[in-house]
Design a binder for this molecule. Structure first.
Ligand code: SIN
Ligand code: MN
Length: 211
Protein backbone atom coordinates (compact mmCIF):
# COMPACT_ATOMS: atom_id res chain seq x y z
CA UNK A 1 0.00 0.00 0.00
CA UNK A 2 2.90 2.33 0.76
CA UNK A 3 3.86 2.44 -2.91
CA UNK A 4 0.56 3.98 -3.98
CA UNK A 5 1.51 7.51 -3.03
CA UNK A 6 3.30 9.59 -3.97
CA UNK A 7 4.03 9.97 -6.92
CA UNK A 8 0.53 9.20 -8.16
CA UNK A 9 -1.55 10.12 -5.10
CA UNK A 10 -4.69 8.29 -6.28
CA UNK A 11 -7.75 9.71 -4.57
CA UNK A 12 -6.11 13.09 -4.08
CA UNK A 13 -7.46 16.05 -6.02
CA UNK A 14 -6.48 19.73 -5.93
CA UNK A 15 -7.92 22.50 -8.08
CA UNK A 16 -9.28 26.07 -7.98
CA UNK A 17 -12.91 26.15 -6.87
CA UNK A 18 -14.21 29.50 -5.57
CA UNK A 19 -14.17 32.68 -7.67
CA UNK A 20 -13.03 35.93 -6.02
CA UNK A 21 -16.67 36.86 -5.32
CA UNK A 22 -17.39 33.43 -3.83
CA UNK A 23 -14.26 33.67 -1.66
CA UNK A 24 -15.54 36.98 -0.25
CA UNK A 25 -18.96 35.43 0.39
CA UNK A 26 -17.44 32.35 2.02
CA UNK A 27 -15.19 34.50 4.18
CA UNK A 28 -18.19 36.54 5.39
CA UNK A 29 -19.92 33.28 6.31
CA UNK A 30 -16.82 32.08 8.20
CA UNK A 31 -16.65 35.40 10.00
CA UNK A 32 -20.23 34.89 11.24
CA UNK A 33 -19.24 31.40 12.40
CA UNK A 34 -16.30 32.86 14.34
CA UNK A 35 -18.53 35.49 15.95
CA UNK A 36 -20.73 32.71 17.35
CA UNK A 37 -17.83 30.31 18.02
CA UNK A 38 -14.63 32.33 18.61
CA UNK A 39 -11.21 31.05 17.59
CA UNK A 40 -9.34 29.49 20.49
CA UNK A 41 -5.85 28.07 20.95
CA UNK A 42 -5.95 24.25 21.09
CA UNK A 43 -3.22 22.36 22.92
CA UNK A 44 -1.51 19.05 22.13
CA UNK A 45 -2.51 15.90 23.99
CA UNK A 46 -0.26 15.10 26.96
CA UNK A 47 2.34 17.86 26.50
CA UNK A 48 -0.26 20.63 26.58
CA UNK A 49 1.85 22.56 24.05
CA UNK A 50 -0.24 25.10 22.15
CA UNK A 51 -0.81 24.74 18.42
CA UNK A 52 0.38 27.73 16.37
CA UNK A 53 -2.92 27.45 14.48
CA UNK A 54 -6.08 28.89 16.05
CA UNK A 55 -9.23 26.82 15.62
CA UNK A 56 -12.97 26.84 15.73
CA UNK A 57 -15.66 24.67 14.11
CA UNK A 58 -19.10 24.63 12.61
CA UNK A 59 -21.38 21.63 12.11
CA UNK A 60 -22.99 19.18 14.51
CA UNK A 61 -19.55 17.97 15.61
CA UNK A 62 -16.31 19.88 16.01
CA UNK A 63 -12.76 18.55 16.13
CA UNK A 64 -11.01 19.49 19.36
CA UNK A 65 -7.63 18.79 20.90
CA UNK A 66 -6.68 19.20 24.53
CA UNK A 67 -4.48 17.47 27.12
CA UNK A 68 -6.83 14.46 27.07
CA UNK A 69 -6.52 13.82 23.33
CA UNK A 70 -8.11 14.51 19.97
CA UNK A 71 -11.84 13.97 19.54
CA UNK A 72 -15.08 15.23 18.11
CA UNK A 73 -17.33 17.17 20.41
CA UNK A 74 -20.73 18.84 19.96
CA UNK A 75 -19.84 22.01 21.87
CA UNK A 76 -17.17 24.71 21.92
CA UNK A 77 -14.53 23.92 24.59
CA UNK A 78 -14.41 27.52 25.87
CA UNK A 79 -17.98 28.85 25.51
CA UNK A 80 -19.76 25.50 25.97
CA UNK A 81 -22.19 26.43 23.19
CA UNK A 82 -23.14 24.08 20.33
CA UNK A 83 -21.16 24.79 17.15
CA UNK A 84 -23.01 26.96 14.60
CA UNK A 85 -24.30 25.23 11.46
CA UNK A 86 -22.08 24.83 8.40
CA UNK A 87 -22.90 27.73 6.02
CA UNK A 88 -24.66 26.71 2.78
CA UNK A 89 -21.86 28.03 0.53
CA UNK A 90 -19.49 25.57 2.25
CA UNK A 91 -21.96 22.65 2.18
CA UNK A 92 -22.33 23.25 -1.57
CA UNK A 93 -18.64 22.47 -2.09
CA UNK A 94 -19.01 19.13 -0.34
CA UNK A 95 -22.05 18.33 -2.48
CA UNK A 96 -20.14 19.06 -5.67
CA UNK A 97 -16.79 17.38 -4.94
CA UNK A 98 -17.17 14.74 -2.21
CA UNK A 99 -18.91 12.04 -4.24
CA UNK A 100 -20.53 10.92 -1.00
CA UNK A 101 -24.31 10.81 -0.50
CA UNK A 102 -24.48 12.21 3.05
CA UNK A 103 -23.61 15.66 4.38
CA UNK A 104 -20.46 16.41 6.36
CA UNK A 105 -20.88 16.66 10.13
CA UNK A 106 -17.78 18.67 10.95
CA UNK A 107 -16.14 21.72 9.47
CA UNK A 108 -12.89 22.57 11.23
CA UNK A 109 -11.87 26.21 10.74
CA UNK A 110 -8.14 26.81 11.08
CA UNK A 111 -6.57 30.27 11.14
CA UNK A 112 -2.86 30.48 10.32
CA UNK A 113 -1.30 33.81 11.23
CA UNK A 114 2.01 34.50 9.44
CA UNK A 115 4.46 32.00 10.98
CA UNK A 116 1.85 29.38 11.91
CA UNK A 117 2.18 25.84 10.61
CA UNK A 118 0.70 22.38 11.12
CA UNK A 119 2.86 19.29 11.49
CA UNK A 120 2.48 16.16 9.39
CA UNK A 121 -0.53 14.16 10.63
CA UNK A 122 -3.27 11.80 9.53
CA UNK A 123 -7.01 12.58 9.82
CA UNK A 124 -8.04 9.40 11.57
CA UNK A 125 -10.49 10.39 14.33
CA UNK A 126 -13.53 9.60 12.18
CA UNK A 127 -15.41 6.30 11.99
CA UNK A 128 -16.32 6.49 8.31
CA UNK A 129 -13.27 6.56 6.03
CA UNK A 130 -15.40 6.00 2.92
CA UNK A 131 -16.15 9.74 2.98
CA UNK A 132 -13.33 11.98 1.78
CA UNK A 133 -11.76 14.91 3.58
CA UNK A 134 -12.57 18.13 1.70
CA UNK A 135 -10.37 21.13 2.38
CA UNK A 136 -10.77 24.75 1.28
CA UNK A 137 -8.26 27.60 1.41
CA UNK A 138 -8.92 31.33 1.91
CA UNK A 139 -6.35 34.11 2.17
CA UNK A 140 -2.58 33.76 1.93
CA UNK A 141 -0.99 30.92 -0.04
CA UNK A 142 0.57 28.03 1.86
CA UNK A 143 2.96 25.18 1.23
CA UNK A 144 0.94 22.02 1.79
CA UNK A 145 2.76 18.71 2.24
CA UNK A 146 1.20 15.40 1.25
CA UNK A 147 2.65 11.98 2.01
CA UNK A 148 1.27 8.48 2.08
CA UNK A 149 -0.60 6.34 4.58
CA UNK A 150 2.55 5.70 6.65
CA UNK A 151 4.46 8.47 8.37
CA UNK A 152 7.73 7.33 6.78
CA UNK A 153 6.35 7.50 3.22
CA UNK A 154 7.89 10.11 0.90
CA UNK A 155 6.10 13.43 0.75
CA UNK A 156 5.57 16.09 -1.88
CA UNK A 157 4.92 19.80 -1.40
CA UNK A 158 2.43 21.90 -3.32
CA UNK A 159 1.13 25.44 -3.10
CA UNK A 160 -2.50 25.94 -2.09
CA UNK A 161 -3.97 29.34 -2.94
CA UNK A 162 -7.13 31.17 -1.94
CA UNK A 163 -10.25 29.54 -3.37
CA UNK A 164 -8.60 26.15 -3.91
CA UNK A 165 -10.22 22.89 -2.92
CA UNK A 166 -8.22 19.79 -2.03
CA UNK A 167 -9.79 16.36 -1.55
CA UNK A 168 -8.27 13.38 0.23
CA UNK A 169 -10.38 10.42 -0.79
CA UNK A 170 -10.17 6.66 -1.34
CA UNK A 171 -6.50 5.58 -1.20
CA UNK A 172 -5.45 9.08 -0.09
CA UNK A 173 -8.05 9.33 2.68
CA UNK A 174 -5.50 8.44 5.34
CA UNK A 175 -2.50 10.12 3.72
CA UNK A 176 -0.27 12.08 6.10
CA UNK A 177 -0.41 15.80 5.40
CA UNK A 178 0.52 19.12 6.94
CA UNK A 179 1.19 22.79 6.31
CA UNK A 180 4.89 23.74 6.23
CA UNK A 181 4.33 27.47 6.10
CA UNK A 182 2.16 30.22 4.80
CA UNK A 183 3.35 32.94 2.44
CA UNK A 184 2.44 36.25 4.10
CA UNK A 185 1.24 39.06 1.88
CA UNK A 186 0.11 36.84 -1.01
CA UNK A 187 -3.59 37.70 -0.52
CA UNK A 188 -5.55 40.70 0.72
CA UNK A 189 -8.75 38.70 1.33
CA UNK A 190 -8.42 38.53 5.13
CA UNK A 191 -7.09 42.06 5.62
CA UNK A 192 -10.28 43.64 6.99
CA UNK A 193 -10.57 40.89 9.56
CA UNK A 194 -6.91 40.14 10.34
CA UNK A 195 -4.69 43.16 9.55
CA UNK A 196 -1.63 40.87 9.57
CA UNK A 197 -3.23 38.69 6.88
CA UNK A 198 -2.85 34.94 7.11
CA UNK A 199 -4.73 31.92 5.90
CA UNK A 200 -8.00 30.23 6.76
CA UNK A 201 -8.52 26.56 6.01
CA UNK A 202 -11.88 24.83 6.18
CA UNK A 203 -11.82 21.05 6.55
CA UNK A 204 -15.08 19.20 5.98
CA UNK A 205 -15.48 15.67 7.29
CA UNK A 206 -18.07 13.00 7.81
CA UNK A 207 -17.43 11.66 11.31
CA UNK A 208 -20.01 8.91 11.92
CA UNK A 209 -21.31 6.19 9.67
CA UNK A 210 -24.77 7.14 8.38
CA UNK A 211 -27.59 5.10 9.96
C1 SIN B 1 -5.68 20.20 8.44
O1 SIN B 1 -5.11 19.19 8.05
O2 SIN B 1 -6.35 20.23 9.48
C2 SIN B 1 -5.58 21.49 7.69
C3 SIN B 1 -4.85 21.42 6.39
C4 SIN B 1 -4.71 22.78 5.77
O3 SIN B 1 -4.68 23.79 6.49
O4 SIN B 1 -4.61 22.87 4.53
MN1 MN C 1 -5.67 17.22 8.62
Amino acid sequence: MDDLFPPDCPGFMHRPHWSAAEQAEALAAVRSVAEAAPFYVPVMPRSGRPFSVRMTNCGSLGWVSDRNGYRYHATHPVTGAPWPPIPPIILDVWASVAGYPHPPEACLVNYYAPGAKLGLHQDADETDFTAPVVSLSLGDDCRFRLGGPARRDPTRAMRLVSGDVAVLGSESRLAFHGVDRIYPGTSTLLRDWFPEGGRINLTLRRVTKPA
